[in-house]
Design a protein around this ligand. Structure first.
Ligand SMILES: NC(=O)c1ccc[n+]([C@@H]2O[C@H](COP(=O)([O-])OP(=O)(O)OC[C@H]3O[C@@H](n4cnc5c(N)ncnc54)[C@H](OP(=O)(O)O)[C@@H]3O)[C@@H](O)[C@H]2O)c1
Length: 296
């Protein structure tokens, strides 16, 4: 296990489930952990619970990954307050039965699970030194995923499986492409599937709908601490300090979908994401053509 004492880490979605477990584990190993939470109230509650142990160095910062202005504001504050970021755990996640949109009009699962983290990561890169590590919490659900380049916002034929699996495949493709782009900077990027974990995933935060189902499944699922293990391993263990671009499950390289290894799709998604975080969106069912038209 490598030394993380003195390192500065960010964990997204740190007020619940695996994000909270990861923040706890990293701070217990001696890192200073910035807890990125979207709700001030839920963030404060989690912060109060974790800081009962006075030895933990934690900082709560509010940011909505579904809002580009909020993400850019968060990055600005981090850069003002901290000299560097050594570990970035892109853990936050959202799933929804009905089709919702982010503030900028992006399908919400793609917008939060992929684009919000894409923007956060790319804006933080100039603040990350050689040896830094990025961990993207993906999911085995990426295996049924497809990037709908012709309808990225899923305006047609929306269903939760299509949307969630697209966003999780995007996590894997982003990992591969970013790892290639960061080869010379010695920053590693890996992703993982945590397993089936009893968290608040799928629970409606306003109504509490879904809580009963998650409660019933609890005995059959991993605990958040068990689920966070692979992400912590990737963020801290010496064994993987030179490995980049991998998809892991149970702290081992695992088989991912063939499509998730497509260099072409990874590059295309990266370029599309760059455009989208600048507010330039492709038309539905137009693929890259409207994007090109935008520029010519
Ligand atoms: N649980 C599983 O079985 C499982 C399996 C495979 C993969 N995963 C992945 O594991 C990761 C962690 O999820 P979890 O299971 O621990 O779920 P969770 O308990 O629901 O935690 C999700 C976290 O993401 C945060 N979040 C949601 N939308 C956000 C936004 N717009 N901006 C900032 N933060 C936001 C949530 O904040 P609020 O509490 O304020 O909503 C919460 O802190 C996700 O990426 C998920 O896709 C989970």
């Amino acid at each position: 296990m490598s030394e993380v004492r003195g390192k500065i880490a960010i964990v997204t979605g740190a007020n619940s489930g695996m994000g909270m477990a990861a923040a706890e584990a990293l701070s217990d190993k001696g890192a200073t952990v910035i807890m990125l939470c979207r709700s001030e109230e839920r963030g404060r509650e989690a912060f109060a619970r974790l800081t009962k142990d006075k030895d933990r160095k934690l900082d709560l910062m509010i940011c909505d990954l579904g809002d580009y202005t909020s993400v850019r504001g968060f990055v600005r504050c981090v850069k003002e307050k901290y000299p560097r970021i050594d570990i970035l755990v892109n853990n936050a996640g959202f799933i929804s039965l009905d089709r919702q949109e982010t503030k900028e009009g992006v399908e919400r699962q793609f917008g939060i699970n992929h684009l919000g983290h894409f923007l956060l990561t790319t804006e933080l890169l100039d603040h990350m030194p050689a040896g830094a590590r990025i961990v993207n919490v993906a999911s085995g659900a990426h295996k049924v995923g497809k990037i709908h380049f012709d309808d990225i916002n899923l305006k047609h034929g929306y269903n939760v499986v299509r949307a969630y699996s697209q966003s999780k495949l995007a996590n894997v493709l982003f990992t591969r492409e970013l790892a290639m782009r960061l080869r010379d900077r010695k920053i590693t990027v890996n992703c993982c599937h945590p397993g089936a974990v009893a968290t608040n995933m799928g629970v409606d935060r306003e109504t509490g709908f879904g809580k009963m189902i998650t409660g019933m499944l609890k005995p059959f699922f991993l605990t958040p601490a068990e689920g966070a293990r692979t992400a912590i391993y990737l963020a801290t263990d010496d064994e993987v300090r030179h490995i980049s671009g991998g998809y892991f499950y149970k702290c081992r390289i695992a088989k991912s979908l063939k499509r998730s290894k497509s260099r072409r799709d990874a590059r295309k998604l990266f370029e599309l994401s760059e455009e989208m975080v600048r507010g330039r969106y492709p038309e539905t069912r137009g693929g890259v053509l409207p994007l090109l038209c935008y520029f010519v």
